[in-house]
Design a protein around this ligand. Structure first.
Ligand code: NAD
Ligand code: UFG
Length: 337
């Protein structure tokens, strides 16, 4: 057992990871500024696990609060989810994104360094591969960014690489998530987007439940099996389990290393629509419209490095993702309320 600080732990991926960490016997402390989440998610984590969750409402940009926290606790490692993640919003509010994601992470690392905590798992994204020249995408592919959100992830990855080069006592795992989907099978926690969802599955869910009229499929003329965009959707519970493996890996003192967390194959938008319609028994009306600026045709992972070096691979498939996503949506039509 070890003591883990989880930043952004009230959010979608964070809350699912808290469940897995608690079930595996880790002691947690969660911080979050609740800018994109509800404290209710952590009550649900307590309900699922039957264990209390220690929470402090802290913004990672608040150096004083972070230092006080590290003064009163000794953490073996930090899992760092806290960040803003909406691509479109990042184009409108680039400074807010750099401030939150980059300055926040910088602040966190300075505090960790001052308190001699040098084990970090960072939530990166497949977006750091930009528009890849070929598929599947391996960790050694060239990196680039097409929007401020992606650039914030890239800057942080580079900063963390510099940190390890300067001081090899740091162990840092950069987990590049592909497209998280689904929810905990209990239906107690899941994705609860603010306003109209940007991402495909929450949007489809809200069409299925009747909150939104129809899906707009962004582009029907991509060079893919049916002309619609292909992504590597990964069940959020599988993703959460990847963090347990990452914590184990940190004990081997790996230095700074990046791993793809994806399934290793992709589904098109229309395949996702069909799968969701089957799982829910609902019609998902859709209309094919223009491509969304900045989107790429296809994106899926070469997931072999994580299998070899972390001993992790996805166990759940598309059926479980849509089944659990629909279960969450039905039980919580208004999210956490
Ligand atoms: P989320 O918004 O549900 O969770 C992020 C959490 O961080 C939220 O609870 C939010 O309130 C909190 N937060 C934001 N800024 C903060 C700050 N300054 N101080 C303290 N807390 C703060 O998002 P998620 O989907 O769970 O994503 C978690 C991480 O994974 C993010 O870093 C995101 O960029 C990354 N990621 C997400 C996806 C995805 O599609 N969901 C894909 C790749 C990477
Ligand atoms: N799509 C639609 N209609 C919608 C929403 C999405 O057709 O209403 C399509 C997109 O064009 C794309 C696919 O569904 O082909 C997936 O789109 P998402 O917005 O769900 O996901 P993205 O692949 O664009 O991006 C997501 C996160 C990024 C992250 C990336 C890789 O939003 O932050 O996955 O992890 F970087």
């Amino acid at each position: 057992m070890s003591k883990i600080l989880v930043t952004g732990g009230a959010g979608y991926i964070g809350s699912h990871t808290c469940v897995e960490l608690i079930d595996a016997g880790h002691e947690l402390l969660v911080i979050d500024n609740l800018s994109n989440s509800s404290i209710e998610s952590l009550s649900r984590v307590e309900q699922i696990t039957g264990k209390p969750v220690t929470f402090e409402q802290i913004d990672i940009r608040d150096a004083r609060a972070l230092n006080q926290l590290f003064d009163s606790h000794t953490f073996d490692a930090v899992i760092h989810f806290a960040g803003l993640k909406a691509v479109g919003e990042s184009c409108e509010l680039p400074l807010e994104y750099y401030h939150n994601n980059v300055s926040g992470t910088l602040n966190l690392c300075l505090t960790m360094k001052a308190h001699n905590c040098r084990n970090l798992v960072f939530s990166s994204s497949a977006t750091v591969y930009g528009d890849p020249a070929s598929l599947p995408i391996a960790e050694n592919f060239p990196l680039s960014a097409t929007n401020p959100y992606g650039r914030s992830k890239l800057i942080i990855e580079e900063m963390l690489g510099d940190l390890h080069r300067a001081d090899s006592a740091w162990n840092i795992l950069l987990l590049r998530y592909f497209n998280p989907a689904g929810a905990h099978p209990s239906g107690l926690i899941g994705e609860d987007p603010n306003g109209v969802p940007n991402n495909l599955l929450p949007y489809i869910s809200q069409v299925a439940i009747g909150k939104l009229e129809q899906l707009r499929v962004f582009g029907g003329d991509y060079d893919t099996l049916d002309g619609t965009g292909v992504r590597d959707y990964i069940h959020v519970v599988d993703l959460a389990k990847g963090h347990l493996k990452a914590l184990q890996k940190l004990q081997q003192q790996p230095g700074c290393k990046a791993y793809n967390l994806g399934v290793g194959n992709g589904y098109s938008v229309l395949q996702m629509v069909q799968a969701y319609a089957n799982a829910s028994g609902k019609k998902i009306p859709y209309q094919i419209v223009d491509r969304r600026p900045g989107d790429i045709a296809s994106c899926y992972a070469d997931a072999s490095l994580a299998a070899q070096e972390l001993g992790w691979s996805a166990e759940l498939g598309l059926d479980e993702m849509v089944r659990d996503g629909w279960n969450w949506q039905q039980k919580n039509p208004d999210g956490f309320g």
